[in-house]
Design a protein around this ligand. Structure first.
Ligand code: SF4
Length: 322
């Protein structure tokens, strides 16, 4: 099967604005490095990590919105701007902010047709696009500030569907919504995947979103992928200490299942203070001396399962924390 979207050895660097550094030339910061993965048609791929891990930058690089090096392929061919824009769409984290406050919903969701000069015969109506996301046609006359959180999310999805994309990148699709509405949005994504064969890249810090939606997941920490694999396997047997920490930190109403010993500790370091060696060593309960000086590589430990750690996932006598 040809991958829908391939990311190979992606790297993103950014120049810090001058005002942030009092003396001298502001440094170039490395945001992402060595990012490789594939998205298959019709699958949901979850990208998880804390705020500051580089998730949103990765999505923006995949959409061609920030400069990046490495290889990006869509349906096996090098990305062109036109192909990328027609084949992928974004559901934004803040849907109201992504819509013009002065544009009615109906006009907003068909706006991509004018932007991309789509012939009239190939355009769907606003009512049809609203129906695809379970909203009534009357909503077309409203303005963004008149929408509830759940409606705004659906309108954002309707606009994303206008160009018939094969891949939708959903950035924190349930952030800020009541729990009951969160379920509605996840069900909508599952329906679109089943009925229209859409693939989703779901970007979130919320593991429970991925438990319900993802076929495979990738875990990102300070701009490095640290674990990838089938979602069910990773949730059942997380191998990287960071993945295990994230899972142990999930809210669990049953106190007997809480693993305080594994729960994530401290804050993610800023990019200006990226740790040497393994980027996770400052928070890792298993860290040994080698972790401070030597960066582990991402190695495949089983078909479709990869891990970036000197110790986890292999028999070792080196596990005495220092
Ligand atoms: Fe922890 Fe060392 Fe593995 Fe990094 S390489 S995750 S510090 S044990």
């Amino acid at each position: 099967m040809t991958a829908l979207y391939q990311v190979e050895d992606l790297r993103v660097d950014m120049q810090l604005p001058g005002g942030l550094i009092p003396f001298g030339k502001p440094p170039r910061l490395n945001i992402l490095e060595g990012i490789s993965f594939e998205l298959n048609p019709g699958e949901t791929f979850g990208l998880v990590g804390e705020s500051g891990s580089g998730k949103t930058t990765l999505a923006r690089a995949m959409l061609g919105l920030v400069p990046a090096t490495g290889t990006l392929r869509f349906r096996g061919a090098a990305l062109t701007e036109a192909g990328l824009r027609r084949g992928t769409a974004m559901m934004f984290q803040d849907p109201v902010a992504s819509l013009s406050p002065r544009m009615q919903v109906g006009a907003a969701i068909i706006e991509p047709y004018a932007i991309h000069r789509i012939p009239k015969a190939e355009r769907a109506s606003a009512a049809d696009l609203l129906a695809r996301v379970g909203l009534p046609p009357a909503l077309a006359a409203r303005y963004p500030h008149e929408l509830s959180g759940g409606q705004a999310r659906r309108v954002c999805a309707a606009r994303a569907l206008a160009l018939n994309p094969a891949l939708v990148i959903a950035d924190e699709p349930t952030a800020g919504l009541d729990v009951s509405i969160q379920g509605d949005i996840l069900n909508l994504m599952a329906d679109l995947k089943r009925d229209r064969g859409l693939a989703f890249l779901v970007i979130t810090h919320n593991l429970s979103v991925l438990r319900h939606t993802a076929d495979r997941i990738a875990v990102l920490y300070l701009g490095r992928l640290v674990e990838t694999g089938p979602a069910a396997e990773v949730f059942a047997r997380p191998l990287h200490p960071y993945t295990a920490s994230l899972i142990a930190s999930e809210p669990d109403p049953d106190p007997r299942r809480r693993r305080a010993d594994l729960a994530i500790r401290g804050e993610i370091p800023g990019l200006l203070r990226r740790p040497s060696g393994c980027v996770f060593h400052t928070r890792c309960p298993l860290a040994v001396a080698r972790c401070r000086s030597e960066a582990p590589i991402l190695r495949e430990i089983a078909p479709g399962r990869s891990l970036r750690c000197h110790l986890a996932g292999q028999d070792t006598t080196e596990r005495t924390p220092t």
